[in-house]
Design a protein around this ligand. Structure first.
Ligand SMILES: NC(=O)c1ccc[n+]([C@@H]2O[C@H](COP(=O)([O-])OP(=O)(O)OC[C@H]3O[C@@H](n4cnc5c(N)ncnc54)[C@H](OP(=O)(O)O)[C@@H]3O)[C@@H](O)[C@H]2O)c1
Length: 250
């Protein structure tokens, strides 16, 4: 039986994939906790979700702020026991160069993309386990499967999130809590708007949201798409490292 979700947390809901997921989940009887940093864009998404019948608690909090995020999530869960948490907030700021000239960019990327995911899951995971139900989604990327010639810190952060999510799935299964690792290829959002590299198989956020929601409803371990990018990344992973490096230009 596909899972239906009624109390949903989405970080990074002020834009892109997170905003689209929020809108697509928004309906009468659904309560959404939406987070982002830009309060104007976040409240606009919240209003659009309310117009679809959802109850919304939208709060501008930096996911790196562990204490503030934990307090908000715990208070929300007290009122509306969460059955789906999507740790989606992320940044890609090293783009084509890999920021070896400025390690603060590397550290910032790891703080948001990795610590931010941990800060989102940590306050809720014991509560989900105690209730013996619920779904956790961590948003990684197909960029987290092999070292690409650009965005080193982004790729590393997504690899860490992917492996962490895959691992905790085993431990949480015993408690009745599902875990899905979401690995999109290129999706049209603010993040990819000025990417200085080619983006094969680019897809809309609406299409990505549909694939992600279907995967979460079925507690899929890995929601990776689209097929073309997935196949290319798989090939890069199974070839000898020197072949992959040569194919990618090193
Ligand atoms: N687009 C792609 O091709 C692609 C591919 C693979 C994976 N992903 C992943 O999908 C997720 C969503 O990205 P997107 O493409 O939808 O990009 P996006 O449109 O730029 O959205 C990113 C979201 O994360 C939020 N965010 C960033 N840093 C934050 C922080 N420190 N605290 C709280 N919220 C923060 C942003 O909020 P504000 O704008 O309000 O700051 C925004 O809501 C990311 O994890 C990304 O790595 C995207």
């Amino acid at each position: 039986m596909p899972k239906g979700f009624k109390s949903i947390v989405i970080t990074g809901a002020s834009s892109g994939i997170g905003a689209t997921l929020a809108l697509d989940y928004a309906a009468a009887g659904v309560t959404l906790a939406l987070n982002g940093r830009d309060d104007g864009r976040l409240q606009a998404v919240a209003d659009a979700c309310r117009a679809r019948g959802a109850t919304v608690d939208a709060r501008a909090i930096d996911v790196v702020d562990r204490a503030a995020l934990a307090a908000w999530l715990a208070a929300f869960d007290d009122r509306h026991p969460v059955d789906l948490v999507i740790a989606n907030a992320g940044i890609s700021i090293d783009k084509s160069n890999s920021s070896l000239d400025d390690f603060s960019i590397v550290r910032q990327t790891l703080a948001v993309n990795l610590d931010g995911v941990l800060n989102t899951v940590e306050p809720l995971v014991c509560r989900l386990m105690a209730r013996g139900r619920g779904q956790i989604a961590v948003v990684s990327s197909l960029a987290g499967f092999i070292g690409l010639p650009y965005s080193a810190s982004y790729n590393a952060s997504k690899a860490a999130v992917r492996v962490w999510g895959e691992s905790i799935r085993y431990a949480l299964r015993k408690s009745g809590v599902g875990v899905s690792v979401v690995c999109p290829g290129f999706v049209t959002t603010r993040m990819t708007a000025e990417a200085p590299f080619r983006m094969p198989f680019l897809m809309s956020a609406e299409r990505a949201s549909a694939i992600i929601r279907r995967g979460l409803a079925h507690n899929k371990a890995r929601i990776a798409f689209p097929l073309g990018t997935k196949a290319a990344v798989w090939l890069g992973g199974v070839l000898p490292g020197s072949w992959t490096a040569r194919l990618l230009g090193a």
